[in-house]
Design a protein around this ligand. Structure first.
Ligand code: G4P
Length: 526
């Protein structure tokens, strides 16, 4: 087998997602611990943005700055090469997370056993569903009092709209938590609260093994058998293909903080999680084992040091082998470029790499050539798609406060939008620029960065909008009629696509009723 196919087969590139506080950071850290990438818990300076910092966004930016190193965490685990792509915990940066999801082959969702499915999880799952991303669910914090596991499973199914299949099962919960029965491997894992070490494992033959009774007591053993019988009756056998199609989510229970159930999750994950998957481009589907290198930029990380307006563009390798110092075509500009100092992220360190394989992420130092979604190839005209924008939640007019610096402002806005910091719409009626974000913090970040990196001053003016939706129609006349009637509320996005700015849900519904030939989309990918 060639080196390329060997390398592809051993790669697992994924993201861990959750509602803030469910335990994403803790779980990530524990996975790194098993991979030998760190040696003690608490070593990860994560992308996590502390709750206390919500009003102090400079602190948040600092933390985001630090997080370059943890943006991608690569490590070897047995024969596998694992790449974890970190996502910002703060929901105001949810758009970053959506984009990161375009670069992973699967995800692990962390759910807090007491809180169940929370809002952010629901939203992120929608993105996974759009792309049929395979999902494994880790129900966390079993050492705390929480909900009945059967109730949690029901909630996962209804709230996340995906079939689930438990592959491990808890024996009690909270103060009485004794461990989990590993359905996938038929072992019993006994719980000992400990932040650093691996749990004790009891090898058993099957669920009737008396060693279960010896270890957890007769009552709990009986309850476990009852539960397992019920599970076998209710849930069909685990079908790995359904998981790979994104139709079935295996569920594990554990406690990330106590390093409990984490190794079981990881061991199952490396076995069943997909290797780098084919990626759809406008022209054709690209298979990872193709000889020629292709890749796309899914994230741009700005340097917060104003003296160095440099960024790192994160490129996901989709096919072939990426080589340092080789000429690659930047499709959007048509130019060939060579990269002398591409970096990879291994074991918490950023190193210059000579080559990278499908599933890997390469960091390329950049001074403004790259835009999110850009494609690199060996020459073939390929445009990767699937980096959707979602309708923002908040909108403001952006105005220039320093007439002497309008050029700087325009340039700054343009570059920040290329980086994907927020979305820009230009109102076609009054020509004003509207910035759309997911959260208030993004406005503050933009204003600060415009001033400190571009010397431009902006101010925000309110605009009351409910949603931006991309519109299209097969009927040109209907489209023209709509745009005429709504001319005050029409804008174009950065790609020149028509966007309708609805100022209320009611107005949007009326528009949908009145103009049945117009299709309204809430993501830019349709
Ligand atoms: P996030 O990245 O999803 O936002 O969550 P994070 O891992 O930071 O975990 C949120 C809080 O939950 C942390 O406590 C963490 O220690 C705790 N936690 C994570 N896993 C478990 C678990 O299995 N059991 C219990 N009991 N707690 C867990 P914190 O007090 O907010 O932060 P810290 O000061 O401990 O870092």
């Amino acid at each position: 087998m060639s080196q390329l196919t060997d390398e592809i087969k051993r790669r697992r590139t994924f993201a861990i997602i959750s509602h803030p506080d469910a335990g994403k950071t803790t779980l990530t850290e524990k996975l790194l611990l098993f991979g030998g990438a760190i040696h003690i818990a608490g070593a990860v300076k994560s992308n996590k943005i502390k709750k206390t910092a919500t009003s102090d966004w400079m602190e948040i930016e600092k933390q985001r700055g630090i997080s370059v190193a943890t943006s991608v965490m690569g490590f070897n685990y047995g024969d596998y090469k694992i790449n974890i792509l970190d996502t910002p915990g703060h929901q105001d940066f949810a758009e970053d997370t959506y984009r990161t999801l375009t670069a992973v082959d699967s995800v692990i969702i962390v759910v807090d056993v007491a809180k169940g499915v929370e809002q952010q999880t629901r939203k992120l799952m929608e993105v996974c569903r759009m792309r049929n991303t395979p999902v494994i669910i880790f129900v966390n914090k079993l050492d705390r009092e929480g909900r009945d596991p059967f109730d949690i499973l029901d909630e996962l199914e209804t709230e996340l709209k995906i079939n689930v299949r438990p592959l491990s099962w808890p024996i009690n919960i909270g103060a009485k938590f004794k461990g989990v029965y590993n359905i996938f491997e038929h072992t019993l894992d006994l719980f000992t609260p400990n932040k650093q070490v691996v749990t004790e494992r009891v090898e058993i033959t099957d669920v009737n093994d008396p060693r279960i009774d010896e270890n957890v007591g007769e009552d709990d053993a009986a309850k476990l058998r009852e539960d397992l019988e019920l599970i076998e009756g209710v849930y069909p056998d685990f079908d790995v293909n359904k998981y790979l199609e994104g139709k079935l989510a295996p569920v594990f229970f554990g406690s990330a903080l106590n390093t409990f159930g984490v190794k079981e999750l990881l061991d199952c994950f490396v076995q069943i999680a997909p290797t780098p998957r084919p990626v759809k481009a406008v022209e054709r589907e690209i298979r990872p084992e193709e000889e020629n290198f292709t890749g796309f930029v899914f994230k741009i990380h700005a340097n917060m040091d104003p003296n160095h307006r440099s960024c790192i563009a994160f490129v996901k390798v989709c096919s072939g082998i990426f080589h340092r110092n080789e000429n690659y075509k930047h499709i959007r500009s048509g130019k060939f470029m060579r990269f002398a100092a591409p970096t990879a992220f291994m074991a918490q360190k950023k190193n210059i790499v000579d080559e990278a394989f499908p599933g890997d992420i390469v960091g390329i130092p950049d001074t403004g050539n790259f835009k999110i979604g850009d494609t690199l190839t060996q020459g073939e005209e390929i445009h990767f798609k699937g980096l959707p924008s979602f309708s923002p939640e908040m909108f403001k007019y952006i105005e220039n406060s320093d007439p002497m610096k309008s050029k700087q402002l325009d340039k700054g806005i343009q570059q920040l939008m290329d980086e994907g910091v927020a979305q820009l719409f230009i109102n076609q009626f009054n020509g004003r620029k509207i910035i759309g974000t997911v959260g208030q913090l993004q406005f503050e970040v933009i204003q600060y960065r415009l001033l400190h990196e571009y010397g431009a001053q902006c101010r925000w003016e309110p605009i009351s909008l409910y949603k931006a939706c991309w519109i299209e129609s097969e009927d040109d006349e209907a489209l023209a009629a709509f745009k005429k009637r709504k001319h005050q509320f029409m804008a174009i996005d950065r790609e020149g696509r028509d966007v309708f700015l609805a100022d209320s849900n009611y107005v949007l519904q009326m528009a949908q009723n009145d103009f049945p030939k117009i299709k309204f989309h809430f993501t830019s990918e349709f």
